[in-house]
Design a protein around this ligand. Structure first.
Ligand SMILES: Nc1ncnc2c1ncn2[C@@H]1O[C@H](COP(=O)(O)OP(=O)(O)O)[C@@H](O)[C@H]1O
Ligand SMILES: O=P(O)(O)OC[C@H]1O[C@](O)(COP(=O)(O)O)[C@@H](O)[C@@H]1O
Ligand SMILES: [Mg+2]
Length: 442
């Protein structure tokens, strides 16, 4: 993988001219196993073989700027106005992030104004810009107890010129965009327009994806909450299938291009016998196909549980042309219902008429409040985002990478998708736990 140090440098609006409220506390800090100094950097790679293969001196190895408070900051807090927008699909923890940003900006930096734009990027258009809400400590009190986002969200394309007009009209100095790959592409278009006009506005991204499909982040916030929810649905179909004759439990889970939710949920209570994900192709028919394998399992155990990610096996479905949603995301065929139909047909034909229990929990796994672990993660990301913005970083995303909070340039976070590696140890764990074959190919 070619990755140059220069690709990993984040942009800054300029020199930091003001003392940070954290200056005193940071004065004596040095890098330790538990703290990375603001001038130090975090390595991208973590194995000796990859580091050696880079073939460059240590200081030229791919590395990321550490996140966290700075001794000096770019914006004068008294004269700073901030905007927050949440975009794309919901994810547990969005309210925790909003709350964390508002609390940090209010209690430590004491900025002049914090505005929330309603319903994603749509809230920055001329049509909706009047619906902006001013956010203070009262406005965010207890919002973390609820799922969703108090600001609302949306998909769909918006004009960057109009959005930047709104930022200028409101006097926004720092815009926080909480969203997925689409939102980060949208945020980059905003920064391009800001650059074209020579404006002094920072844009900071906080990566949100329930599918965990953004690269350079260990695991996205809300993911743990979501797969824990999914686990409960798998447990239900397991119990149901156990009590029925030739019981077949099928759970379809979110995961458009990445099967992380399916893998983690399946591993969590180990009730699944087959896990099907977009990254690992399979066939249904033939001696090694899924149908025969499931049949064998039902013959031996009297029941079976199949977990399928929504993006799996799309090549098996007949699609009427490729359709996309408002944001340009591919709309998928329903692999869950297709599997249900084909398995019912097949098991009936081999004299194992099944009792099928099919669940598609869909939005039920992402509309819940974050669990305690994700809440902690969200608040720490929010703090890191605020520090980055106040220090004048722009076109920058705050992430946790190999357990350190770091800054990643936006173009890099949209450069590719994080997916389950069929040769990696996660998929190996799934194969070990389920006992399913390594391949369903003929
Ligand atoms: N390629 C793109 N360029 C600019 N904006 C985009 C792009 N893709 C998506 N967006 C905008 O980002 C927002 C969220 O994108 P979407 O794909 O729906 O969710 P997510 O951010 O979760 O991936 C939408 O308003 C959408 O118009
Ligand atoms: O119905 P919606 O709101 O478009 O969202 C559904 C889709 O969003 C996803 O959750 C992906 O969104 P994120 O990764 O951005 O959170 C898919 O798994 C799912 O199919
Ligand atoms: Mg997306």
């Amino acid at each position: 993988m070619t990755l140059e140090l220069d690709d990993l440098r984040v942009r800054s609006l300029g020199d930091c001219r003001y003392d940070s409220p954290f200056a005193e506390v940071l004065a004596s800090k040095r890098t330790s196993p538990h703290y990375v100094h603001e001038d130090d950097r975090v390595l991208v790679d973590d194995t000796v073989s990859v580091l050696l293969s880079r073939g460059v001196p240590i200081e030229a190895l791919p590395s990321l700027e550490a996140a966290g408070p700075r001794r000096r900051i770019y914006f004068d807090p008294d004269a700073t106005s901030v905007g927050i927008v949440t975009c794309g699909g919901l994810c547990p923890g969005l309210n925790d992030v909003i709350r964390g940003i508002v609390q940090e900006l209010t209690e430590h930096y004491r900025v002049a104004h914090i505005y929330g734009f309603r319903n994603g990027f749509a809230g920055l258009t001329s049509q909706h810009r009047e619906r902006v809400v001013e956010l203070d400590l009262d406005a965010v009190r207890d919002i973390n107890n609820d799922g969703g986002t108090i600001l609302g969200s949306s998909r769909g394309d918006q004009d960057p010129e109009e959005m930047v007009d709104t930022l200028v009209e409101r006097g926004i100095d720092v815009l926080f965009v909480v969203g997925g790959d689409g939102s980060m592409r949208g945020a980059m278009r905003i920064t391009r327009e800001i650059d074209a006009r020579g404006l002094d506005i920072a844009v900071i991204g906080i990566p949100k994806t329930i599918d965990n499909d953004l690269p350079y982040t260990d695991q996205s916030f809300g993911f743990q909450t979501a797969f824990a929810q999914a686990t409960a649905f798998i447990a239900s179909v397991f119990i149901e299938s156990q009590a029925a004759e030739n019981g077949v439990g099928i759970v379809k889970l979110m995961g458009r291009h990445s099967g992380f939710i399916a893998c983690y949920a399946a591993l969590s209570n180990n009730d699944a016998d087959f896990v099907l994900i977009p990254e690992v192709p399979f066939v249904l028919d033939g001696p090694n196909g899924v149908l025969r394998r499931v049949e064998d399992h039902v013959r031996r155990h009297g029941q079976v549980v199949v977990v399928v990610a929504e993006g799996a096996g799309q090549d098996l479905l007949e699609q009427e042309g490729e359709t996309t949603d408002a944001s340009g995301n591919t709309k998928l065929g329903d692999i869950g219902l297709f599997l249900k139909e084909r398995l019912t047909e097949h098991l009936t034909s081999v004299d194992l008429p099944p009792t099928v229990r099919y669940l598609d929990p869909s939005y039920a796994i992402r509309s819940v409040p974050a669990n305690a672990y994700d809440s902690v993660y969200c608040v720490r990301l929010a703090h890191a985002a605020v520090h980055a913005g106040m220090a004048g970083r722009t076109e920058t995303v705050v992430v946790r990478w190999r357990r350190r909070f770091v800054h990643v340039p936006m173009p890099l976070i949209t450069s590719h998708r994080n997916q389950v590696d069929p040769d990696g140890d996660l998929w190996m764990s799934v194969l070990e736990a389920t006992g399913q074959p390594m391949s369903f190919e003929p």
